[in-house]
Design a protein around this ligand. Structure first.
Ligand code: PLP
Length: 390
């Protein structure tokens, strides 16, 4: 497998420090790049697919082993590859939720979680966040009570985000799950911003379902992701086909209905698998990554009028800033208007912040080194000083 030798995404990253809020954890490793080139053909992982004919049984390349390793990595009983976290939400909602069932989500649930509920023709109910932008167990309990009272039904499923995409805050998922379980509500924990970034222990959290995104947080090609579950729920969400109807004697055996048979063929599965050893290592370095993120936030907070809207000190590398009273004041008088900030950053080799943002904006420093964090921190302060606000 010589293809791809010499392509190193880190060489590209050395030219720019990319702070894009959604891209940080998905950038491919060199090994994933090589695997992508070698397994580019659509059915490249299917050459050695023998009975039982299903992706998670293929041993060459070692997809069967990879599925088991993923379950162990997440401390869950079973795992499946899915084409993006959204397809994990869809599989679970489709298997558990009936039309008109109430389903709980949070004020920070991703739109794809809502779509999975809508597709199941169910009714979504949001758990509101508190003033610190956290979803609390108390808020979950009162919302559950309210939903039971108004609909006369116990919610069929609850979605919670371990770290949300708007503030990058860590929510008390273990306690939220405890509350839901008191009402016998199964819980899907959305780990799109955590699985592959930090250590996630499904059993410790008490999650019935864990869903991660390969292209967001596991250094994998898109669309990819993982759905993991417990023995209690595996039969429901991974039921095999038992189709009845007017068939001409055909049956489809071990094919899993919610997985549409097989899920990730070729590039996506081998890309994910090739990055996996790196991902297993990097989750152990998360604390250092959080420290580097805090270095940048601390520097930003020295600039007059700047606020951090996410919880602080930071416990994740995705952060939401409010610079309405600092950089945006400069923007109002600057010849480049709101673009002055992203333009000044670009001149310093820093990209990824939405062009023109000077009020509320997000950045994700995941994957940078301490030196790069220090460089970014200094760059913000230098830009502020040049504009007379620090
Ligand atoms: C919190 C969160 N959940 C789920 C998703 C969807 O993930 P995927 O693209 O893997 O389906 C996203 C994507 O942006 C997200 O931010």
């Amino acid at each position: 497998m010589n293809c791809g030798e010499g392509i190193d995404t880190r060489q590209i990253d050395e030219l720019f420090i990319n702070l894009d809020p959604i891209q940080a954890g998905g950038r491919l490793t060199t090994d994933a790049m090589k695997a992508v080139l070698a397994y580019g053909d659509g059915y490249s992982v299917c050459d050695h697919c023998t009975k039982p004919f299903r992706l998670d049984h293929i041993s060459k390349p070692p997809l069967a082993e990879f599925h088991k390793d993923l379950a162990t990595f997440l401390n869950m009983d079973t795992a499946r590859l899915v084409p993006g976290a959204r397809r994990g939400f869809q599989a679970v909602a489709d298997a558990l939720v009936k039309p008109d069932d109430p389903v709980l989500l949070t004020a920070y649930s991703h739109y794809t979680e809502f779509l999975s509920v809508e597709q199941a023709r169910a009714q979504p109910f949001e758990i509101p966040a508190n003033d610190s932008h956290i979803i609390t167990p108390d808020a979950a309990a009162s919302r559950i009570e309210e939903v039971i009272k108004t609909t006369g039904k116990t919610p069929a499923l609850m979605f919670v985000e371990q770290v949300d995409y708007q503030y990058g805050n860590q929510h008390p998922v273990k306690d939220l799950i405890k509350v839901a379980h008191q009402y016998d509500i199964p819980v899907l924990c959305n780990g799109a911003y955590t699985i592959g970034i930090m250590e996630v222990d499904g059993k410790e959290l008490g999650a019935d379902f864990l869903v991660g995104s390969g292209h967001k947080s596991m250094a994998a090609p898109a669309p990819s992701g993982v759905l993991a579950t417990t023995n209690e729920w595996a039969e429901t969400v991974l039921r095999t086909t038992g189709v009845k109807g007017d068939l001409t004697g055909r049956t489809f055996g071990v094919k899993e209905v919610e997985m549409m048979g097989c899920t990730l063929m070729g590039v996506t599965s081998v890309g994910m698998m090739a990055s996996f050893p790196h991902v297993k290592k990097r989750v152990k370095e998360f604390d250092a990554q959080v420290r580097y993120g805090n270095m940048i936030v601390d520097a930003l907070l020295t600039i007059d009028g700047t606020q951090v809207q996410s919880e602080y000190p930071r416990r994740h590398t995705l952060t939401r800033m409010n610079t309405t009273d600092s950089f945006d004041k400069v923007a109002k008088k600057h010849k480049k208007k709101g673009f002055f900030l992203t333009s000044a950053l670009r001149e310093r080799g820093i990209t990824g912040i939405l062009a023109g943002s000077t009020r509320v904006w997000k950045f994700n420093s995941y994957g940078i080194t301490k030196e790069q964090a220090s460089y970014v921190a200094d760059a913000f302060v230098e830009i502020a000083k040049a504009e007379g606000i620090a």
